[in-house]
Unconditional design. Structure first.
Lengths: 342, 342
């Protein structure tokens, strides 16, 4: 099936096409780009919400309830759950996931999980592509849930419109979150398991940290991050969380939403370029060939230089417009290459 | 000062040259590659130990004591401490660091910290370069300490010879470490603050997890990861930790140490290539120009394709050897580019 064919089926509302296109995104299928181009005019209507936080903060249960709350408020929801790849966790997360799958009896909800793989950007690229597909399909909200541990997971949530960071009392999670800089990315903070001891203290700590940040940033024209208390156990706070997300949306919509999204989308261009270049380069220079080069007593910079030389020449030529790509001149290469011997 | 000049001063034992070359590594100075080439024959004698673990596990105190223990056992030590960049943590870490600085009265110890920056490989590249410099300078042990939170930090420790993962009881750290897959990279596990409640349980849990892993891996010819109990408070376990590191070294030395190191070094080649290419590409295609391209209703793949086309042509040509870099032909480009429209 070609990209435009499957795109047409997606736009007709076929779930088969939705699933297939997300798989294409995940597997970096060569026809995905054509399919995306065909559905791209329909991308941009959904509100994208990222949910992240340290392991054990209860993100899956919270997401599950947030989906129910969004449904009650009339929005359809596409969910993308990013599972860590560690074999140690497969079981535990699957348990959470099964609870979430209860929602799938509802046709206004679509749930898809995606494995967290290596740390070099392929995951975030695929996740954003999958969100585009769900967006074009017509979901009102696209919810992306990740475990907030790695750079890829961070990149995934940073690409959404509203980032919800979930913490819970105890376990030093609040402090750890501060250390990991997770606050920097939050648009809404949730203190989950708010019926537990220490929840109030955590809320105070977070509000202090936010105040400190707002002073540092001069406070001007910036979003005032709300801290919401939720308890899955007691079933409280979910409506407040939905309202906080809506509040952030309303705030963004009176500002430069298009600009903000286009700014975030630049990262997707970079991820595609990065992934494609690495596939190409390391397909041609595999571990074995690099190891042999290194064993000839050459430094990593020497070996890197050899790989880079033809590539940099072409970039220099394309950049200066002095020649067509078909007749690259290498005259620019070799002078002042930062960190690479010439 | 040229690369070879500063290299010569490093080989003469000048601390000034040691500091300067690490700064060059950190700032991706253009002359670093030449300096490294000049000192490279002296790289490879030091034993490199990575110390990592979740925030709050007491890594800095432990590293401090490990340095003292290594000095007692007769080794000189170069320390590279990777600090997270979050403004929230600067203070706390600095406190730890000051304690460590006590060691600097000893001329057999050199301590250098390096800021943890963005997540795209520059840190790990610079850290490995800095280790090479300390190694060539002549330290018997090079110790790298990172907070085990991000991909970059993971990459840094994964590049060392012996990886020590530090956990402590309470705070669910053991479970979190399992979730984050941190065990996968450990050659030695430390249960720190072993005088606290729960330490024994954590040791049992870790030993169980290791046993499970060893069964999955068939157990054949693999290193049996020891779990060492340490308490900075009581001053116990540090000698056992040193012996565990020495044990791992002895084990590796009877196996393919050269192959293992060369295998890890391949990653350094990739990091250099990646960093250099990204500097070049994004220097030429900045946020503003990418945003304008995207606003013309084009997908990220369309924009990526335009950037990639000349670069991929040159890789194809260089790879097939059909033409000199100076006369690249673009005939190969545009067909079957995975994930990029043609």
């Amino acid at each position: 099936m070609t990209g435009p064919e499957i795109a047409e089926r997606l736009l007709r509302g076929e779930l088969f096409a939705l699933s297939r296109l997300i798989s294409w995104a995940e597997n970096a299928h060569p026809a995905f780009a054509d399919a995306l181009a065909a559905i791209y005019p329909r991308v941009g209507k959904a509100w994208r919400v990222g949910v992240t936080g340290p392991p054990g903060a209860g993100k899956s249960s919270l997401s599950n309830e947030l989906v129910a709350e969004l449904r009650r408020s009339g929005s359809t929801v596409g969910v993308l759950a990013i599972d860590p790849s560690s074999p140690f966790t497969g079981g535990a997360l699957l348990g959470d996931r099964i609870r979430m799958e209860e929602r799938t009896k509802d046709t206004g909800v679509f749930i898809r999980s995606m494995a967290s793989r290596d740390g070099h950007g392929g995951l975030a690229r695929a996740a954003v592509d999958a969100c585009d597909v769900m967006d074009a399909f017509g979901f009102g909200t696209v919810l992306v849930e990740t475990v907030g541990v790695g750079q890829s997971e961070y990149d995934v949530v940073a690409a959404t419109d509203t980032v919800v960071v979930v913490l819970c009392p105890g376990a030093g999670d609040g402090i750890q979150a501060l250390k990991a800089g997770i606050l920097e990315v939050a648009d809404v903070l949730v203190v989950n398991k708010s019926d537990l001891d220490g929840a109030e203290q955590l809320m105070l700590d977070l509000e202090d940290a936010l105040r400190l940040r707002s002073i540092r940033r001069d406070g001007e024209n910036s979003w005032d991050v709300p801290v919401v208390a939720c308890s899955s156990h007691q079933g409280t706070g979910i409506d407040a969380l939905r309202r906080a997300i809506e509040g952030h949306r309303a705030w963004l919509e009176t500002r430069d939403l298009v600009g903000m999204r286009s700014h975030k989308r630049v990262q997707q261009v970079r991820r595609i370029v990065r992934e494609r270049l690495e596939d190409e380069l390391w397909g041609r220079h595999d571990d074995g060939s690099l190891e042999s080069s290194l064993r000839a007593s050459r430094t990593p910079y020497d070996v890197a230089h050899e790989i880079l030389e033809p590539v940099l020449s072409s970039i220099h030529v394309a950049g200066t417009g002095r020649a067509e790509a078909g007749h690259a001149e290498s005259g620019h290469a070799g002078s002042g290459h930062k960190g690479v011997r010439s």
